[in-house]
Design a protein around this ligand. Structure first.
Ligand SMILES: [Zn+2]
Length: 367
């Protein structure tokens, strides 16, 4: 058994002083105040659940491609070193391309499945997605694809306004897959209707979607209005103005904001030009230097950003842990509670990561 004592334990609703006992990879006990056992002394450092990223594509020069074991492992390891103990591999592309490498063997241990961003999205809102990866709706092909590979697919973004979106969304739901509305020009009415088909979340809220207009509230209006929708949000301070992130936290129920990185391959790469894109510090753009071409965010930085903008610590942490777990239906993690996985992070007062535990095992120490 391992004991962490003198911790500031971050729970979904508050931060408490206390201790946590880990046994066999699970949280065996959580207690308030002084620990009755000896153990690792946190000296007041924060103990938080491992971060969960439902929307991440790459890092350190690699993208998640279901065929590339080495590259995908490097991406997963990079994000693990920034506290992400659970993630989905975010992929784009046509079904037949993805099918070539499925079912995917050798998933890194912090990967629990695949997030498909498309291919059934609006060509009018491609964002940074290659327009060649956007395909017309094909419910029959989608059903066949999921019959074969549905077990590894956990989450898919679909534009609710495209023809036959209902068939696509209900098919995904039949396979137990979560569906987000993304890369979409839907009206608020179309979005509302799609909730009845099974849409449960909004893909990178505010980005690549119909905006809020007072006579046409769009997907943004619906994302803010409908309490039952989870709302993904990129908290890098570049994709979304910090005040808009604060607006989202103010309007949404506290269990519905989901921090994502939407990190791409150039995250973690030195400044320079790479094909059509360039990196300057945290900014990734096309070579025109203006058009944003992906995020260089990591989840530890997302949490630090939110807190620096005035969002309460437990709410920021919750958006990176309990809420994405709930979105995906992962009931074994995301909260520090008895019986759940001991995926845990030790953070110092600046919210920098000092230690990372996966199922109770110390994976990374940044002392
Ligand atoms: Zn994405």
């Amino acid at each position: 058994m391992t004991v962490f004592k003198n911790c500031s334990i971050v729970l979904p609703e508050r931060v408490i002083p206390g201790y946590v006992v880990v046994e066999d990879g699970l949280i065996a006990e959580i207690g308030f105040g002084e620990s009755p056992y000896d153990g690792v002394d946190f000296h007041g450092d924060y103990l938080v659940p491992g971060y969960i990223d439902v929307h991440v594509h790459g890092a350190v020069g690699h993208s998640f491609h279901v065929g590339d074991e080495v590259g995908s492992s490097k991406v997963a390891e990079y994000h693990l070193s920034h506290g992400t103990t659970t993630l989905l591999m975010g992929v784009e592309g046509a079904l037949d391309e993805l099918a070539k490498h499925l079912p995917y063997k050798g998933m890194p241990k912090n990967v629990v499945g695949i997030f498909m961003e498309g291919p059934f999205i609006s060509p009018e809102r491609p964002g940074a997605i290659d327009p060649n990866f956007i395909k017309p709706a094909d419910p029959k092909g989608f059903e066949e694809f999921l019959t074969e590979f549905g077990e590894q697919i956990k989450y898919v973004a679909i534009a609710p306004e495209i023809p036959m979106a209902k068939e696509l969304i209900t098919t995904a739901k039949r396979f137990g897959i979560r569906v987000s509305a993304g890369h979409t020009m839907s009206t608020i009415e179309q979005l509302f209707e799609s909730i009845t088909w099974g849409v449960g979340s909004v893909c990178h809220t505010f980005n690549a979607m119909s905006p809020l207009h007072h006579r046409e509230p769009g997907v943004v209006g619906g994302a803010l209005l409908y309490d039952d929708l989870f709302t993904e949000i990129i908290c890098d301070g570049i994709h979304i103005h910090p005040e808009v992130v604060k607006l989202l936290f103010k309007v949404k129920p506290h269990d519905k904001v989901v921090a994502i990185t939407d990190s791409v391959a150039l995250n973690g790469m030195p400044d320079g030009t790479y094909g059509r894109r360039m990196v300057r510090g945290k900014l990734i753009t096309l070579t025109n230097g203006i058009t944003i071409a992906g995020s260089s965010l990591t989840m530890d930085q997302a949490v630090k950003n939110m807190v620096s903008w005035g969002i309460e610590l437990h709410k920021a942490i919750r958006s990176a842990t309990a809420n994405p777990a709930k979105l995906l239906g992962l009931t074994d993690r995301g909260v520090i509670a008895q019986g759940l996985r001991a995926d845990l992070l030790r953070l110092d007062k600046n919210l920098d990561i000092k230690e990372i535990y996966v199922e109770g095992v110390n994976e990374v120490s940044h002392q």
